[in-house]
Design a protein around this ligand. Sequence first.
Ligand code: FAD
Length: 829
Amino acid sequence: MKLIKRYQHLFKIRYLRLFIRLWLLAACLSVIAIAIYTYENPIADKLAREAQNTKNNIVNEVTELHPVKVAAIVTPHTLEEVVDAVKKHDHVSIGGGRNSMGGQTASERAVHLDMREFNKILNFSPEAKEITVQSGIRWRTIQDHIDASNLSVKIMQTYSNFTVGGSLSVNVHGRYIGLGPIILSVKKFKIVLADGRIVDASPETHADIFYSAIGGMGGIGVICEVTLTLADNVNVARSRELIPTENYWAYFSKNVRNNKKVVFHNGDLYPPNFDAVSAVSWSETDKAPTTSGRLIPQRQDYWLDRIAWVVMSEWHTGRWIRRHVIDPIIYGSEPPVHTRNYEASYDIAELEPENRKDSTYVLQEYFVPVENFDEWIPKMRKVFADNDVNVINVSIRHSLPDLGAKLAWARKESFAFVVYYKQDTDEDSQSHVGKWTRDMINQVLSVGGTYYLPYQPHATDEQFHRAYPGAIEFFEIKNQYDPTGKFTNKLWDKYYSPEKLAYFRAWKKQLESASLVKDYFRPYDNAYLSLPEWYIVYAADEYAAVMENGLPSEFGYLQANRDYWAQYDQVIKLTETSLNNNEGYKTVLNVIGWSFATENTIKNIYENTIGRASEFVAGNTQVAEDKYAAKVAKDYAAFIYDYPWYDFPYFSYLKGLWALDSTAGHTFGQALRRIERKAILSVEYGLKTLYSRAIAYATHQQFGVQDDMVSAIVTRDGGLTSELISAPHYQPFTKLLLTELEKEHNNPDFSIMDIAGNDKITFCYKDKPGSPTVNRGKEILRDTELNRLMDGDKEFVDRITVEANVKDLVLIYRQLHKKQADIGHFYDY
Ligand SMILES: Cc1cc2nc3c(=O)[nH]c(=O)nc-3n(C[C@H](O)[C@H](O)[C@H](O)COP(=O)(O)OP(=O)(O)OC[C@H]3O[C@@H](n4cnc5c(N)ncnc54)[C@H](O)[C@@H]3O)c2cc1C
């Protein structure tokens, strides 16, 4: 025993070493296993899949999530062949490198122009630092050509596989500092329009075409011959700093933003906490390149990168390994010096997984005005966390404003947040991505930003128009040059049609004037948060109904309490992922809830003891004070549909109670009940007078005295014109909408376009118990307690609260109208 104790520490060290060795062995074996497993040539496989697709007229994109069976595939080599193809076909979609990710290069109803063999260099002038190319050419081909003259592409993406036409059409950006979208480096181009005309476009000639085709996602015409300005191929040295995220904006402003020496810069935010940025700059230097070769050799085998992506996306500790093992190794070595061309010649092959059958790597991108950096980070982080997004990296880039392009994504100086993540390919995963993408778009809109069009088109029409306010003008230019909508793809199939243009033109016009209306825009969360408040209104209704012919002990006070808190819990759940600060509102709901619950509890005890005794001695019939209390309950129930409860004139009703004629004939028992009622109602109305004044004061302190008008935008002629309608908050606004819906429900051109800046609304209606939710509505609450609370003789109903797109309200109203189910209230924020 002693011997063991004496040598215990040696045992421990030995076990520790053994453990470390086993761990290292296991790690090496895993790496080798993954290497063997992934040692295939994914690029060759991908090309084989593409060849097979082409035979079947299928056009797919890099993620392979959106295959589209097109009418035919045409591969032009000359300008004449492009003209010919455009003239011949009614619908045309255009494809370059197919790295956009949502079918932006194809449509079922269109012929696909595969531009990749339209790829010649037409003119190169090293003196003028200019090059003219056919648009299907890839950056890498240009780099191979101009490198000998020590010139570089001025603005391009990080990778060099993309085509010039695809890049212009997306209006791409890179990691450059002091630059921005590619539009800032384009001198001119020739474009083939829908009628086959070839037009020269530049900022001076056909500027409308220039500024709409660049960034126009293949919607204006076929960009054919492009003249670009070039830059010097300087040598660049790398530097790197690890910075807490909250200091990045200050660091960037001081060291990078106006530093003329910095050529490339990007900051990688480390998931899952996004609390640190690896800020990497490549700055001009006189030092000679330390890397052999002027450009990155092509067709390398990227098996090690493939393993790294799997580790980072699949291993629990993968992100930790990247931050604390891989990056320190990469950035701990002597900083390299590259030529600018070398640093701009990456190959997307390094990102290609073994296959994309069950899961695939995908990109998204959000643009945020630089000054809103700090506000954006927690919003983005929250959407990822709430939706369990498998984020591998978020890269931050910088862009100067683009004041020309109609579909500009950087209307102000912006940071781009490039999100690289992994998703599964099954239907559920795809719709989950759609959901969190829309959440993310809402968040980016809330900080004055926008999202990128070449990625999966999950945005709603309204989100698209809010993110791209120039879209209407863009569509008008499209209409002018392409009146039949010849140029299309999955993106424009979704967001463009003459009807949609008319609709959103009117909406936008009206929204501009609505923006001038004070407090027009209201946060959507309020629609949820007002639900428990409205429950109290309905409870008052039900109480008044019981009191009309019944007695106070018949009301289910405790049931009403349970209902209130159930609704409260539900709305807290509905708003828990919201990023708005709803604390003030929640406090109000708590105050209201506790007052409601306290009052009901006291009444429950009183009315079921003393109250019941006095009802009994009075022969269980209503005395004059009971009738008066029933009238007060009815007036109160009607009042709070239109006004806040604390404005109810309790004191006047107290006076009315004492003005009742006390000489009316009654039995002794009824006389007793009258005294008891007068006393208890005086206490109730008296206390409520004081309490309501206090709450009115507190509410005005918290929220100020609100301007109570709520407005909506409607059209009566399918969007040719639109108008703003307004009514006071609470029930008058509901009445206004109901009147409009009633008046116009047979008008197919009537539609509600927007309510208080929102494209969704929550409302309730009453229907038979257990009836299915109305089509196009998402049920969020069903209140079946009406069965118990209502007078037994009345028809039992469910009160169903649903959420719907405002645009669908007409259709919903028609359904409800048919089955005579009443809309009770629109929760008007
Ligand atoms: C790995 C990866 C990295 C990326 N990095 C960046 C980046 O750093 N910066 C950035 O801005 N974007 C980036 N992107 C996004 C984007 O998809 C590309 O910038 C661009 O679309 C690629 O060009 P492409 O040739 O593949 O275009 P495609 O995807 O083929 O086409 C894009 C759009 O352009 C239209 N189009 C193509 N050719 C023409 C033409 N001749 N005339 C008219 N319209 C045409 C198409 O109809 C389509 O709507 C990246 C994408 C991937 C997959």
